[in-house]
Every structure is written in structure tokens, then in C-alpha cells.
Design a protein around this ligand. Structure first.
Ligand SMILES: Cc1cc2nc3c(=O)[nH]c(=O)nc-3n(C[C@H](O)[C@H](O)[C@H](O)COP(=O)(O)OP(=O)(O)OC[C@H]3O[C@@H](n4cnc5c(N)ncnc54)[C@H](O)[C@@H]3O)c2cc1C
Length: 383
């Protein structure tokens, strides 16, 4: 008997939506989402940066999907009139430690395939009027976008292709049959239904390991045929800058120099992020963050910024913006990264793992928003 759907995608974040929009032209697709709408988790709690791909180990998934995703995302934004701006990013060295690491960061960036250039003395002098900078380089293809409009456009295209969406729904039991899956779902009103699908794509973000376990996969690497699927959660907090003089004094993103090339991935693995930086919004304002803090198992993802980190953000912000005062910052949003567990603390890359009729997307943290269309293209090719 024919299955109800060719493909069931679990999770309507940017990755699930991008895959849905891409495959649904010739696959009967259903997207199941536990929240009442799309994109309410990581996909709407991030920096809205279109990354260029300059920080990742060469040829890693993060590097390659970011590079391709960057081009696809600009094309998409232009084609469907999604607000965006190619503002560029300054990687700025402020102190001796940064200067020591700058050459390594520059080398990695220039090998990445993204367009980067060293800042000239004239540019440095111009920037010095507003930010602390001794030396640095510029990433041309870094930009910002209206991520909500992007998500909406993906949902729209998936719906145009007659993709079904089931919001407020979770799978509670998944049975793997010889030729398909039987999925028992629970709806918002606690009613239950049963559907069948030829293929499951797990794009559930933080919930991805749980879904894999529901199907029967061991998530800790105990089965040699299954990669480690467990993820850890890292919290990133933002503060907005509300002093318009400062907001309008700089038009680019400003990031610290990552620590040196050999140690950089270890650093990102241990700390969880790149260090507090300055991001521009499409309104022209600036925000500081995100910082990085690992959650304990019993910590909730409450998305609340209680403002307790104001002093820490002020100090970090002042080191980049000498004119900043503590009254210039207010608590803003919070996001949660889903970092894949690795053996011996190796580099945590994006995981795209296929086991016959099951595709698992694991550890899709930054630059997942940028990479989403490239990931979707890859999945379409896998089908
Ligand atoms: C602080 C922070 C800053 C970031 N900044 C950037 C940036 O500037 N640029 C960039 O490119 N990337 C950035 N990222 C990364 C980017 O936001 C993510 O990679 C991307 O949003 C991941 O999308 P997703 O669809 O995999 O996950 P999500 O958006 O989390 O979507 C997963 C969906 O699955 C649903 N789900 C979970 N469990 C179940 C279940 N059991 N049943 C049904 N549905 C379920 C969830 O409700 C959710 O809607 C950032 C991330 C963070 C945390």
C-alpha cells in the first residue's frame, strides 16, 4: 500500500523549511512542528548574519555549506525581495594577543574561498575615530538579513508545492517497517493520529537526538554503525546598544580576532562561541553578543535575559567601542546553540547522516541560517 507521504520532515526551523521548499516540487511532503508556528527556536534567536565562511576548517561541512549557502542566500534574498544588506565584517585586532593571532586568522580566511582583504592604513585611521583597532581585515561577503521574512518565504514556497504543515504536533512513536515508517503523532488537542511515510528527515534542531532515539538509534556512539547523535546546549545572550550616536558611527559588523589557527577550533569547542562581538541590525542599530555558556542537563531553555550580565557585556563592548557607557546597553534576546558531542572533543561539524530511508541533521548551529539553502540542496540530491 502506498504511504501517506513520500517524506515527513520533523522540525519547521530554517533547515526543515528550506528542505521542504526544495524537495516538495516532486515529493509529497509533510512537515511536523511542535510549536504553533515555524522558526520559533534557534531560527529566530540568532544574529541574522549571512556568514562568509572564513572561520571553519577548510573543507569541513560548516565551511563548504556556509560558502555555498552564502551565495544561495544572497540570490534568494534578491529574487524574493527579502531585506538584506551586504555590510561586510571587520575582524579587528585590538591588543598584542590579537595581533599575534591575526596572521593565522588572515591565512585561514584567505584560504577559505571567501573574499577578504587587509585593511589599509587610511581605513584603519578612519575606523579608529569610533572603534578600537590596531590592525585587521575585512570580509566583503558577510551581511545581515531579515530572517523572519526569509523563513516566511520558505514556508510560502513549500505550501505552493502543496506541502502539508502540522503545527502543535509531535511524533510520539515511530515504527520502522521494511519499506516505510509508521508515525504516531500527538496533536495540540491531545488527539492522536497515525501516518506513514517512505522517508523521515530529522531537522528537529535541539530535539533531533530525541527523535533519533524514538526511532531506535543509539545516540552515544555505542552502535558502530551510528555516529554520535547526542548534542549539548550552549546559551548565547545579547545586549542592544541604545545610544544612536554610537549605533550610527559604524556600518559594519565587528568581530574579535579568533585565537590562533591551531587552537581556534579547540577554543570554539570549549567556549562554545567566538567571543562577544558587534552586529548590525537592518534598522542600523548595533547589538553586542552572543556570549557563550554551557547549560547543565536540568537547565531550561527559557529564552530569558535577566540582565545580570550587563557589567560583563559593558566591559567587552567598551573594549571595542571606547565611547560606550553602561547606560547605553539593555538586555536583548537569547539563543541556544546545539553542539554535537564528538569523540575526544574533536571538531564539532554539521552532521548529515543517512541510514537508508532516514536522514539525520545534527549539530546545526552557526552558520546554519546561512547554510540552510545549501543543506537543502544536498538533501535534494540525496533523494
Ligand atoms: C545565539 C545564536 C546565534 C546564531 N547566529 C547565526 C548567524 O548569525 N548566522 C547563521 O548563519 N547562523 C546563526 N546561528 C545558527 C542558526 O540559528 C541555526 O543553525 C539554525 O537556526 C538551525 O536551524 P534548525 O532548523 O536546524 O533548528 P531550529 O530553528 O531550532 O528548528 C528546529 C525545529 O524543530 C522543532 N522540534 C524540535 N523537537 C521537535 C519534536 N519532537 N517534534 C516536532 N518538532 C520539533 C522545534 O520546535 C524547531 O522549530 C546562530 C545560533 C545561535 C543559537
Amino acid at each position: 500500500m502506498e504511504s501517506d507521504f513520500d517524506v515527513v520532515i520533523i522540525g519547521a526551523g530554517v533547515v526543515g523549511l528550506a528542505i521542504g521548499a526544495s524537495i516538495s516540487d516532486n515529493q509529497r511532503t509533510l512537515i511536523i512542528e511542535k510549536n504553533s508556528n515555524f522558526g520559533l527556536e534557534s531560527s529566530s534567536h540568532n544574529s541574522e548574519v549571512i556568514h562568509a565562511g572564513i572561520y571553519y576548517p577548510i573543507n569541513s561541512n560548516k565551511h563548504l555549506f556556509c560558502l555555498e549557502g552564502n551565495k544561495l542566500l544572497y540570490e534568494w534574498c534578491n529574487r524574493y525581495q527579502i531585506k538584506h544588506k551586504r555590510v561586510g565584517k571587520i575582524v579587528n585586532a585590538i591588543n598584542q594577543g590579537d595581533l599575534n593571532n591575526l596572521e593565522h586568522a588572515w591565512h585561514l580566511a584567505s584560504e577559505s574561498g571567501a573574499r577578504v582583504r587587509r585593511l589599509t592604513l587610511n581605513e584603519l585611521n578612519e575606523y579608529r575615530k569610533n572603534i578600537a583597532i590596531e590592525d585587521g581585515f575585512f570580509s566583503e561577503d558577510t551581511g545581515i538579513l531579515d530572517s523572519v521574512s526569509f523563513l516566511k518565504s520558505l514556508e510560502y514556497f513549500a505550501k505552493q508545492n502543496e506541502t502539508f504543515f502540522s503545527y502543535n504536533t509531535i511524533p510520539i512513536n515511530i515504527q520502522k517497517n521494511k519499506n516505510n515508517f509508521k508515525i504516531q503523532i500527538k496533536n495540540y488537542d491531545s488527539s492522536e493520529d497515525e501516518i506513514t511515510a517512505n522517508l523521515i528527515i530529522n531537522a528537529a534542531g535541539h530535539g533531533a537526538p530525541e527523535i533519533a532515539a524514538l526511532i531506535g538509534y543509539k545516540i552515544d556512539g555505542d552502535d558502530p554503525n551510528v555516529p554520535i547523535l547526542r548534542q549539548h546546549v550552549n546559551r548565547g545572550v545579547y545586549f542592544d546598544i541604545i545610544n544612536n550616536k554610537i549605533n550610527h558611527s559604524i556600518n559594519n559588523l565587528v568581530y574579535p580576532v579568533p585565537i590562533n589557527r591551531e587552537k581556534m577550533q579547540d577554543h570554539i569547542n570549549t567556549s562554545g562561541g567566538l567571543g562577544i562581538h558587534l552586529t548590525k541590525t537592518l534598522d542600523g542599530d548595533l547589538k553586542l553578543g552572543p556570549d557563550a555558556e554551557w547549560l547543565n542537563n536540568d537547565d531550561e531553555m527559557d529564552y530569558i535575559n535577566n540582565g545580570k550580565k550587563a557589567q560583563q557585556f559593558y566591559i567587552a563592548g567598551k573594549s571595542i567601542l571606547p565611547k560606550l557607557n553602561i547606560e547605553d546597553i539593555v538586555p536583548a534576546h537569547v539563543g541556544y546553540r546545539s553542539r554535537l558531542q564528538t569523540k575526544n572533543n574533536q571538531y564539532a561539524d554539521f552532521l548529515i547522516w543517512q541510514d537508508k530511508q532516514y536522514i539525520h541533521l545534527g549539530g546545526i548551529e552557526s552558520p546554519g541560517l546561512t547554510a540552510s539553502l545549501a543543506i537543502a540542496k544536498k538533501i535534494k540530491n540525496l533523494l
